[in-house]
Design a protein around this ligand. Sequence first.
Ligand code: ATR
Length: 287
Amino acid sequence: MVKPLALCIIGHPIGHSLSPLMHEVAAKANGYKEDEFRYEKYDVPPLELAAFMSKFREWGMNGMNITVPHKVAVMEFLDAISPDAKVIGAVNTVARQNDGRLTGHNTDGYGFLTSITENAGTDPAGKKVLIYGAGGAARAAVPALIEAGAANVVIANRTLAKAEELIARLDRAWPLATIAFEDAESVIKSVKGADIIVNTTSVGMTGADETRELPGAGDIREGQLVVDIVYKPLETPLLKKARAAGAKTLDGLWMLIHQGARAFEIWTGMKFPVPEIRRALEAELDE
Ligand code: ATR
């Protein structure tokens, strides 16, 4: 017997989220009947977040996922924040405890790291990493890489101030550096010297070849691992280029799956059927 579970995801916009499908497949595989598991989608504009969070408490739902643009704003409506979410400064998963208190977690760093270790078979320990971008995804990826023992992480961003802000928020002296895209020569040098290259920007999402907007993308070579957090298209122009150059590639769907797996585990104590979920999501993306 499983305990009935009511979950949801909030964001704005929310239309294309793959999370409901992912968690429904997981619930079914773990023995939940249709009337025992609910995972709703709510489009919540920023100005309605406070009212929504009151309703969420009233309804007594068990948990939620949070996506753009609420990952930071939601924190003030919670009763406790987990250490992972504190380091990242954002919450993507909320769990309601038995006493009704709401705890905020962040499973993005776990998802990112697990995709690299399990799906690319690469241990970041001692590796040099170049990250494109300094938004929400970079905020989760950078601490995860450093905590996994990366030798250093260089953050290259179009807007230098945003990369510097990201570093300033981290409260430890970590082996980090920042470069502006404008300083293309330095970015290219870092790309050439990196073992792992990660795109956390939205470049590539349209499927059109925008790789010229990522300095050094043309210098990727065999022996490097290239990770894209974009999963639509599954093989982004950057990954296509990397594959053609002989580099190892890892798509963003794996990170999405593993962050979901960790959230599901927080809510239920149960595991994701990862291969089955990957198949379901690929089929959905193909449509
Ligand atoms: P989120 O928090 O959802 O990740 P974000 O804070 O807007 O969104 O971050 C998006 C990242 O993609 C940023 O690093 C952004 O660069 P800027 O900080 O310069 O805005 C990057 N990005 C988006 N479009 C880009 C483009 N066309 N070329 C280069 N970088 C881009």
